[in-house]
Write a protein that binds this ligand. Structure first.
Ligand SMILES: Nc1ncnc2c1ncn2[C@@H]1O[C@H](COP(=O)(O)OP(=O)(O)OP(=O)(O)O)[C@@H](O)[C@H]1O
Ligand SMILES: [Mg+2]
Length: 256
């Protein structure tokens, strides 16, 4: 399988001189085309920072990020979904979803069609003319996902997109995301604090340890997704990743 994201000896640092804070050093991770990779780790380890470097929102300090997807002026190669949907309150839902389309080469009709089809995809086909304040938190989160999908990216970076939702909405959106992922064949890198969510969604779970951040462990999840909500194998895998995270936290405390 071709790698769509590959970091090579990636280091990221904030600040300079004595105040310099190195977040990762020589980090090597990859995501293959069509793969769903989840990333868990200690709070503050650098998960959001990693997504931001991959999205080219902050530069590497050393090393590089290689993105290998086709160039197409009518699409974006990468789109990001943030923890809170950050909708613009003065724009209707449809106009919020169309936001990312403003910089790419699509006609006004194509733009309307993309907004319509992505809102349909997230189950909000009738919401285009509503205002953000008229939506629930879960609905707003879906709009954030639609906004990212509207630019038809090959790569979807998701930073704890369901973190603020109640358990029932979260489960529904996880399943919706898996359906969309299957239908659109995107490559996904998904950050979460919730180990069950990581094991439920991922083909692979990466565990990021702290100071400087590095991949402590990687878990391949070779359990059919239909068996993942509560089967014995699923629970065993969840326990295994939890134990890895506890070890990583102990190491990070020791270094403090
Ligand atoms: N712009 C910045 N300037 C300076 N330091 C930063 C900046 N952004 C992040 N950091 C630092 O980088 C480290 C990693 O932050 P990051 O937000 O990536 O962690 P995280 O793993 O996403 O944490 P959480 O799980 O709490 O979201 C933290 O120590 C943070 O203080
Ligand atoms: Mg974060």
């Amino acid at each position: 399988m071709a790698k769509v994201i590959e970091t090579e000896d990636l280091s990221v640092a904030f600040g300079e001189g004595d105040g310099q804070n190195i977040i990762f050093r020589h980090l090597n991770i990859s995501v293959e085309a069509g793969e769903f990779v989840t990333l868990v780790g200690v709070s503050g380890a650098g998960k959001s920072t990693l997504l931001r470097v991959i999205a080219d929102l902050i530069p590497p300090y050393e090393g590089s990020v290689k993105i290998d997807t086709p160039q197409d002026r009518a699409r974006r190669r990468i789109a990001m979904v943030f923890q809170s949907a950050n909708l613009m309150p003065w724009r209707k839902i449809g106009d919020n979803v169309g936001l990312g389309l403003e910089g790419i080469e699509v006609s006004p009709e194509q733009c309307r069609e993309r907004v319509r089809s992505t809102l349909d995809l997230v189950g909000l086909g009738d919401f285009s003319d509503r205002w953000p304040y008229q939506l629930s938190g879960g609905q707003r989160q879906r709009v954030g996902i639609a906004r990212a999908l509207a630019v038809d990216p090959d790569i979807l970076l998701m930073d704890e997109p369901f973190g603020a939702l109640d358990a029932i909405t979260r489960i529904a959106l996880q399943d919706e995301l898996l359906r969309i992922w299957r239908e659109t064949k995107k490559s996904v890198l998904f950050v979460t604090h919730d180990i069950e969510e990581a094991v439920y969604l991922g083909d692979r779970v990466l565990l990021l340890g702290d100071r400087p951040a590095h991949i402590v462990n990687e878990y391949k999840i070779d359990i059919a997704r239909s068996q993942r909500r509560e089967g014995e194998n699923f629970m065993r895998k969840v326990e295994e990743v939890k134990a890895g995270l506890v070890d990583a936290m102990a190491l990070s405390d020791g270094a403090a």
